[in-house]
Design a protein around this ligand. Structure first.
Ligand code: ADP
Ligand code: ZN
Length: 744
């Protein structure tokens, strides 16, 4: 009997090799694993058959193995009738087998732990046909092969893979749509999408198949195009639609979710992409109701060869695209399959894809606005709390186990998650307070313009890390701000600096950027100027210091006043260096400021028609960046940009000089007190700063003493008085009109 089984296994293995060796041009059965394993088959000796005898374990036991990092690889086999089976290899060499819970291939929890522990896995779709004995053996054979080749496979997965071996399966990306998921995530887990609620409801209804469509002859849409920048939650939304339907369905049949990326289809060899498209759709139809999500559809580019990125030749792209079109046309709206494609580059997509009956519904998923950001922050704050609860339950259990048995046990992660999750759902367990009382997500939302949902999730995660690192009990506002700033500029990295360099940075930031920004806020009001949020001379990433501003409200469009203000603020850093440190002391530190100012000015002139030149007609602006820009026009535009920058440069300087003789309430030189405050405190809050420039005495004079650096400071300060005097003399001569405005 033993021998008989061995022969069967060997036969099966040979069959497997034959399948794997199929040419990619032909229709191979959908065994994604074969593609990977086949390439390395030659060098590997056969392992003893004794290796292949899995012992049955429960699903929760299996989850625990995964969570604890005991699993080094696994193969999931889905079956037509009955739940999927997973066969896994453990660290200690044992092979175990478990029957998956429910209908799904992978629960969300399992996918999370598989992702976290980087367990390599593959999915095998088992056809119904064939003898029952063979179909029982097949997964074992595949796992047997997989584990022999495992080191190679892991190498590929980690390193992103090189080319497939010659003669083996082509490609680097792996087959798309490997796993049929059944997402649990709900629409409530996606923030900032109120504006597309009706469209989402429509999609849900469509997948739910409530039969309310078509009453007036309308067609049931099947293809949707999600348009928006990376990280705005397009993938999350697609999964949430499936999750929402799954939560609402009463018949127990779950909606599957298949994901693929446009780049998965682009291969070196003609025909591979097209084959993968067909396989993907075949799988979708088989698992209907099902949502197919294709990310980065723009990687498929245009049929005229307009695509600039991605590998593969143009022939391959055209074939793949045509296969996709054929598939889209080939199924009816009521087949229970809907396709969602996502991109940030609508212009890169072939028009044929957008025709009626294909991806004809556009859903825009832009960066969230202020209230959207607040919603997203609240969602992820909850997520953080849930994770914290899980970790705490796990730590408790580990501690208890340790106390009871006197030994260290691996924390029972999955169980902890279950207990925590169930407890939280039933309202029995309170989510832990992990945020300080004063944490205000409305403020954070205001301070994080242009952040995507992914950015915000990352900010909160980092804030938690920062707070943990400083052994705090709760996450403070400062931790969240710190996290935001490191996302933008990099981590704080205090370094040893000479005093004169620190002095230069302080002058640049506070007497330059901050003074002009603060003054703009006062004179232009909240409609046309941002708040000063905070200022610092602690180096972060590549920057030596920074002034952070935050919008007073969502700016849907920018007024000319606002943009002129931004120009002045951007240039102010370097102006301050010249004014206070002398023309020879200017540093290269302002390069990104100058870049920013130039970009704003160029936009104002050539995009928004905001220059006051009589000579530039509207046609001139329209032509910028397009055809027919004559040399004369281009020169005019350049001239206008220069003029704008020069004017605002002078105005910014005038604002600084208007503070020349300013004193604070105690009669001290206001600019000197600002510089001292910056040098002593290193970081100032915007609100403190605004009080300071209004002349309020915020810090005790004694507090602003520089100690060992006092003498050096006094020398530098005296020198700056001379530079300032010289500069004012020049200005009075050259720019009397503007100087008068500010009563210099
Ligand atoms: P996209 O597909 O648009 O690039 P993803 O859906 O992959 O973006 O977003 C990545 C992660 O960022 C999500 O898993 C989620 O944690 C977070 N995220 C992004 N957008 C949102 C949102 N609108 N609401 C909640 N979380 C979001
Ligand atoms: Zn600067």
């Amino acid at each position: 009997m033993q021998r008989f089984i061995f022969i069967l296994i060997a036969a099966g293995f040979l069959a497997f090799l034959a399948l794997g060796g199929l040419n990619m041009g032909q229709e191979a059965p959908p065994h994604p694993i074969l593609d990977t394993a086949a390439a390395e088959k030659v060098e590997q000796p056969l392992a003893p058959a004794a290796e292949v005898s899995p012992s049955e374990i429960s699903y929760s036991q299996f989850e625990t193995y995964v969570e604890n990092g005991d699993v080094i690889g696994m193969v999931i086999t889905t079956r037509e009738n009955g739940p999927a089976i997973v066969t896994a290899r453990l660290k200690n060499g044992a092979i175990v087998r478990a029957t998956m819970a429910g209908d799904s291939v992978m629960t969300d929890e399992l996918r999370d732990s598989v992702g976290a522990t980087e367990v390599p896995y593959d999915v095998n779709y088992q056809a119904e046909s064939g003898s029952s004995f063979m179909s029982f053996l097949l997964p074992m054979i595949i796992i047997f092969a997989l584990f022999m080749f495992l080191p190679g496979i892991i190498r590929r997965m980690r390193g992103g893979g090189g080319m497939g071996g010659m003669g083996g399966a082509a490609g680097t990306n792996g087959a798309p749509g490997k796993v049929v998921e059944t997402p649990k995530v709900r629409l409530a887990d996606v923030g900032g999408v109120k504006h597309i609620k009706p469209q989402l409801d429509d999609m849900i209804e469509k997948v739910l198949d409530t039969g309310t469509k078509g009453r007036l002859g309308g067609e049931v849409p099947k293809g949707f195009l999600f348009l928006g920048p990376p990280g705005t939650g397009k993938t999350l939304l697609a999964r949430a639609i499936a999750g929402e339907v799954n939560a609402r369905r009463t018949d127990g049949k779950q909606v599957g979710f298949l994901t693929a990326s446009g780049s998965d289809f682009i291969e070196m060899y003609v025909g591979v992409g097209a084959k993968r498209v067909r396989e993907l759709f075949a799988k979708a139809r088989k698992h209907a109701p099902c949502i197919v999500f294709i990310d980065e559809i723009d990687a498929l580019g245009k049929r005229d060869g307009g695509a600039a990125h991605g590998g593969g030749g143009n022939d391959e792209r055209v074939q793949t695209l045509n296969a996709l079109l054929t598939e889209l046309d080939g199924f009816e709206g009521d087949s229970g399959v809907i396709v969602i494609a996502a991109t940030n580059r609508e212009d890169m997509i072939d028009d044929a894809l957008k025709r009626p009956g294909r991806f004809d519904r556009k859903v825009s998923v832009p960066l969230p606005d202020m209230s959207g950001r607040e919603e997203i922050l609240n969602i992820h704050a909850k997520n953080l709390q849930k994770r914290a609860l899980t970790a705490r339950v796990r730590q408790q259990r580990a501690a208890v186990a340790q106390a009871e048995e006197g030994t260290t046990v691996a924390p029972q992660g999955v169980m902890a998650k279950r207990i925590a999750g169930r407890g939280a759902r039933k309202g029995k367990v309170q989510l832990p307070e992990i945020f300080a009382k004063d944490v205000d997500f409305k403020s954070i939302a205001r301070e994080t313009p242009a952040c995507s949902g992914a950015d915000l999730a990352e900010i909160l995660k980092r804030a938690a890390e920062i707070a943990e690192n400083r052994q705090a009990d709760v996450i403070e506002m400062a931790d969240i701000r710190n996290a935001f700033q490191s996302l933008r500029l990099g981590d704080e990295m205090p370094r040893e600096q000479e005093f004169v360099d620190e002095f230069t940075t302080a002058v640049h930031e506070i007497l330059g950027h901050a003074v002009v920004a603060g003054q703009s806020r006062k004179t232009l009001g909240r409609d046309h100027a941002d708040d000063v949020q905070s200022l610092t001379i602690v180096p972060r990433g590549m920057s030596l210091g920074a002034v952070w501003t935050s919008p007073t409200k969502d700016r849907v469009s920018h007024s000319q006043k606002y943009l002129l203000g931004r120009l002045r603020i951007a240039m102010a850093g370097q102006i301050a260096e010249k004014l206070y440190l002398g023309p020879d002391a200017v540093t290269s530190g302002a390069s990104s400021d100058i870049q920013a100012a130039t970009n704003i000015a160029a936009g104002m002139v050539s995009q928004y028609a905001m220059s006051n030149s009589e000579e530039l007609t509207f046609r001139n602006y329209m032509e910028q960046g397009g055809f027919g820009v004559t040399k004369a026009n281009a020169e005019k535009v350049d001239e206008e940009i220069d003029k704008l920058l020069r004017e605002q440069y002078i105005r910014a300087e005038a604002i600084m000089l208007s503070f020349a003789a300013a004193k604070d309430a105690d009669g001290n030189d206001l600019m000197e007190m600002l510089t001292r405050a910056m040098l002593v405190k290193k970081t100032l809050q915007g609100e403190e700063f605004m009080r300071l420039i209004s002349g309020e005495v915020v810090f005790d004079r004694a507090e602003l003493d520089l100690g060992a650096r006092e003498a050096e400071f006094v020398t530098l300060w005296k020198a700056q008085l001379n530079h300032r005097k010289n500069r004012v003399a020049i200005l009075k001569k050259d720019h009397a009109e503007i100087a008068n405005d500010y009563s210099l």
